[in-house]
Design a protein around this ligand. Sequence first.
Ligand code: PMP
Length: 355
Amino acid sequence: MNAAFDPAALVRPDLDGLVPYQVHIHHNVIKLDANENPYDFPPSIREEIWRELGNHTFTRYPDPVAGDLVDRLSDYTGVPAGGILAGNGSDELILTLLLTFGTGGRVVITPPTFSMYEVHARIAGARPVNVPRRQNFILDTPGVIAAARHPETRVIFLCSPNNPTGNATPPEEVAEILKNSRALVVVDEAYQEFGGESCVPLLEEYSNLVVLRTFSKAFGLAGLRVGYLLADPAVVQQLLRIKQPFNLNAFSQLAARTVMARREEFGQLINQILQDREELYRELAALPGVEVFPTVANFILFRTPLPAEQVYRELLANGILIRNMHSPGLEQCLRVTVGKKDENRLFLEKLKMIL
Ligand code: PMP
C-alpha cells in the first residue's frame, strides 16, 4: 500500500464533475430506453455471419482501416472510399474528431441534444459552447453561424434527426452554416434511416462537412459497436493520424460488412418501426395533459403532466424501461423508443394507468 498515492490527484482538474457513463441494467423489462432496433437480427444474416466467422483467423490483427467494410459503405452512401472512416461506434468517432480538431478550441453544441458531444469535448480539452435550440427545438441557425464565426471555434455538432427531440434540420440550413464556417461542421445522422433528409449530397460541395452514421440503430448492431463517418478525404487523413490503430475489431468489421451486403432485408423492419411510430404518436397525443413532439426518428419525446421521475419509476415498476431526460429545457419530458407492436401497446397501457 502506498498511502501517498491518490489516483484522483493525477487526473486533470478540468475533468472534475465528470462521472462514469450511467447505464442502468435491468433484467426482464421491456427495453424502450436506448433507441435500439427492437427486432432481432434476420436469422439468415446471422447464419451468414457465423459461417464467415468460421473461416476467420483470430490470431491476426484486424484491418486498421476496415477496407472491405469501407468499400461496402462507399456503395451504400455513394461517397468515395477515401472519404470514409469506420470506428468503434460513432461515440469513438466523436472523440477522435474532437481530439484531432477540437483540443484547445471551442466546440459548438446545440442543446437539448446528444450528451456525448459535450462529454467528449471536455475530455479532448476543448471548450463546449452552447447555442440552445429555439421553440419546438428548432435549430437557432443565426446563433450557430455567429458562434461559427468566433476565431476559436473548431468544431460544430448538429444532430439531425436530433436526439432526444426527434426533429430534423433541413440540409439547406446546414448548407447556410457550412458556407459561413471555417470550422468543421459535424452532422450526426445516427437516425437518418428512419427519416429526415440526409446531408450526404452536401459533401461534394463543402469540404468542412462531416456526416456521422452508426450501425447501432436501424441496422441493429448496437452490441458490436460500429459507426462510420463521411468527409472530405483530407479530413479523413487527419483523423487517421489520431485514431487507435486497430479501433474496429475483426468480428464487428465482418458483421457490419455482411449487414451492408444484405441491407435491403432491413428495409421491412424499418418500415414496420415507422408505421408503429405513427400509431404510438397518435395514441400518446390522445392522452390528456400529454404534449408530444413531432419526430422523424425511431423514438418519441413527450411531456407529462406529472414529474418525469415519478412516471419513469412507475413505468419501471411495471416492467417498462424508458428514458428520463433530466436536461435543462426538457422538464417533465421522457423519451420512448418505438418498440415492437405489443411492447408499445403495453407501454401505453401502463402509462394510462399512471397518468
Ligand atoms: N449519436 C447519436 C445522436 C446517438 O443517439 C447515439 C447513440 N445513443 C450515438 C451517436 C452513438 O452511437 P454508437 O452506438 O454508434 O456509438
